[in-house]
Structure formats: structure tokens, C-alpha cells
Design a binder for this molecule. Structure first.
Ligand code: PEP
Ligand code: MN
Length: 362
């Protein structure tokens, strides 16, 4: 799918606050709950009220959402507060009911995006409408699957689209509920620059105390909006109790957020930027030259190994080199994880070159 300017039309025509803030509970629980949250957040820069009506739960037996009866509660929210409404749809029946109850924005959950059959059915069920559809990333870190889901809606003539980054599930224990893997949404931004991109720091962190920090990271990366789970009594919430913030916390978070501009036209900024960028460009030239020299020497070593019939991979040498270089990186304040990843790539290329030489000679 190619970038399309029209993808961002819905976003620009909303002319709401920048970033677009969607907030509200993980799940609609009672009419009083949704109304009180909506009233407490409506004047804090929030444009869209989010609430899950149907909840995809990992295991059966948990709270699976109030279902259809919650939709009139949301309509009442809109009537009383003027906030736009957003909810998750996972089946064509959900779509039918959400349309009937005038839900403005439909989002596709992470567990649905992974399934092209389900996504196709949803896209077909929305054909001919002009609904805004936001597609959450799939639970697994697969950009092609995410893009594929977006494209399925686009091919059903839905042009009011957006993406929600909610992090990716992992087996490893990490500081996040769902690791952000920022490079994936950044790549999506590169491929579809006009597709509005919204960050969901609630599902990324799984922890209300960390939501603000991830929301700021998203602003630094030029995201267009935020989706933040908000509840009047988060610790008593029927789902995702650990990650929901109070309306008060939401206000503070939004007040303290530094909004970053996408660009800046002032001469002074552009002059300094030009200067710094030209330094980077010349350093990149040097880097390439050094890498080329390093690879040439690797090849000479390869020849030597071949001449003396020695194996290409030398584990001891690689370990010593890695230790030395990480120690130096630490002294210089360069992140160890970065240098390790860089040297793995360099070492892999050296090995590949030496192996190729051996194969060519045989
Ligand atoms: C949600 O937004 O409440 C939700 C279930 O999200 P996700 O699909 O990201 O898990
Ligand atoms: Mn949730």
C-alpha cells in the first residue's frame, strides 16, 4: 500500500487539540461510571471518549464487557459532553451495533489485527460507510501484518484510517506489559507518513506510573495522538486495573507534556541544523571508509586462514574483542546494548566475507 494524502483528512478536519487525545475507561462498566469519567475529563484537552464494550480476554471467565446494553450509555456521554465516541469492534455484529448507536470511531484490537480473515470481514462490513477506523498493531511484532490489516480497510474504500501503537507481547520479562519496539511504528510512519499515528501508553506500560513517560516519548517521535485509559477509581476497575490513570492524573500528564512540532521554519534553527547535519554527513563518510578498510583487512585475515587451513570463526578472539569494545564503550558513555548490536552486525559481515572467499576458492 502506498501513502495517500487523504488518509489524514479526517484528522485535520477534526481540528481538535494537537495531539488528539482519546481517553476513557478500559471497559464501560455502568452508566454512572462512563458519565462521571466523561464529565471529569471533558475539559482537559480530550476530544474522544474511549470505552470497551466487548472485551477480548486472554482466558474465559473474566469480565468480557457489558456488551450491547453499554452502547446507549455511550450515546448519553456524547449528548452530555459532546465528546466523540470510540469503541473496539471485533465482529461484523459489533460493527452493526456500533453503527446503529452512532459510535464515531471504531478501533480494531491487537488480537483481531493478527487475523486476516477477521480483518477482511470487518472491512467488508464497513464498506460504504465513512467511519474512522483505527487499527491497533498486532500482538506480535510484524509490520507487514499491521500494514496488511490497514490495507484491507483501505481496499474496502475506507479512507478515514489511523494506526494505534500499543506495544508487542513478549515472552521475556521486561519493564513493559507490551514492549514498544519503537522502530516498528517509526517504519510505519516512513511508509505511510499521512496515516495518523496514535500511541496507547496504557497497554504499552501496563502500569499507571509509567504512562506519562511513554506518552512523552511518543510526542518526541511526532505521534499525532494518544489513547489513555482513564477511570475514576482505577484500582477497582473491572479490567486493566493497574494501568488506568485517574482524571486528575490525566490532566497533570497532559499539562506537563511537551508537544513537539514536526518542523520549524525559523532561519536560526535551520542554519544550526544545516551545520550539524553537514558534520554528521562527513562523519558518516568517514564511518563508511573505516568500515571498508576494516572489511578489507578481514578479507586479508580470511586469506591467511585459508592458506594455513584455519577455521573462519574464532570464538576466543570474538569474545575478547567484544569484551574490550564494550569496556571502551562504557568508558565513553556509549550504550552497551548499542555497541553489542553494532559489533554483532560487523562481525557477521566479516565472517560472511571470509566464508564467501573460502567457497569461491573451493
Ligand atoms: C483496549 O484498548 O482496551 C484493548 C483491549 O486493547 P488491545 O487490543 O491493545 O489489547
Ligand atoms: Mn484495556
Amino acid at each position: 500500500m502506498q501513502n495517500q494524502r487523504q488518509l489524514k483528512n479526517w484528522f485535520t478536519s477534526l481540528e481538535k487539540h494537537t495531539p488528539l487525545v482519546m481517553a476513557g475507561p478500559c471497559s464501560a462498566e455502568t452508566p454512572e461510571q462512563v458519565l462521571s469519567i466523561a464529565h471529569q475529563i471533558k475539559d482537559s484537552g480530550v476530544s474522544v471518549f474511549r470505552a470497551g464494550i466487548w472485551k477480548p480476554r486472554t482466558r474465559p471467565g473474566g469480565f468480557e464487557g457489558v456488551g450491547e446494553i453499554g452502547l446507549p450509555w455511550l450515546e448519553e456521554v456524547k449528548k452530555q459532553t459532546n465528546l466523540l465516541l470510540a469503541t473496539e469492534v471485533a465482529t461484523p455484529r459489533h460493527v452493526e451495533l456500533a453503527l446503529k448507536h452512532n459510535i464515531d470511531i471504531l478501533w480494531i484490537g491487537a488480537r483481531t489485527t493478527v487475523n486476516p480473515f477477521a480483518v477482511q470481514e470487518l472491512a467488508e462490513s464497513l464498506r460504504g460507510t465513512d467511519k474512522i477506523v483505527l487499527i491497533k498493531n498486532p500482538v506480535n511484532p510484524d509490520l507487514a501484518l499491521w500494514m496488511g490489516a490497514i490495507e484491507r480497510f483501505y481496499r474496502c474504500n475506507l479512507n478515514n484510517l489511523g494506526a494505534i501503537h500499543r506495544g508487542f507481547s513478549t515472552y521475556q520479562k521486561t519493564d513493559y506489559r507490551n514492549v514498544p519496539q519503537w522502530q516498528i511504528p517509526i517504519e510505519l510512519q516512513n511508509l505511510l507518513p499521512d496515516l495518523p499515528l496514535i500511541c496507547d501508553p496504557s497497554h504499552i506500560t501496563g502500569n499507571r506510573d509509567k504512562v506519562a513517560q511513554v506518552a512523552q516519548q511518543a510526542m518526541n517521535l511526532n505521534y499525532n495522538g494518544l489513547m489513555i485509559e482513564t477511570h475514576i477509581t482505577p484500582e477497582k476497575a473491572w479490567s486493566d486495573a493497574n494501568q488506568q490513570v485517574t482524571p486528575e492524573m490525566l490532566k497533570t500528564l497532559l499539562k506537563n507534556l511537551h508537544y513537539r512540532k514536526a518542523e520549524e521554519s525559523s532561519l536560526e534553527y535551520n542554519r544550526q541544523l544545516q551545520q550539524l547535519r553537514s558534520q554528521i554527513d562527513s562523519l558518516d563518510e568517514n564511518l563508511l571508509e573505516i568500515l571498508e578498510k576494516r572489511m578489507n583487512i578481514s578479507e586479508e585475515i580470511g586469506e591467511l586462514k585459508q592458506q594455513f587451513n584455519v577455521a573462519v570463526y574464532q570464538q576466543k578472539r570474538w569474545q575478547t574483542l567484544l569484551q574490550k569494545i564494550t569496556a571502551r564503550a562504557n568508558e565513553k558513555g556509549v550504550a552497551e546494548s548499542f555497541i553489542v548490536a553494532l559489533y554483532h552486525a560487523i562481525h557477521q559481515e566479516s565472517i560472511a566475507r571470509q566464508e564467501k572467499m573460502l567457497n569461491d576458492l573451493n
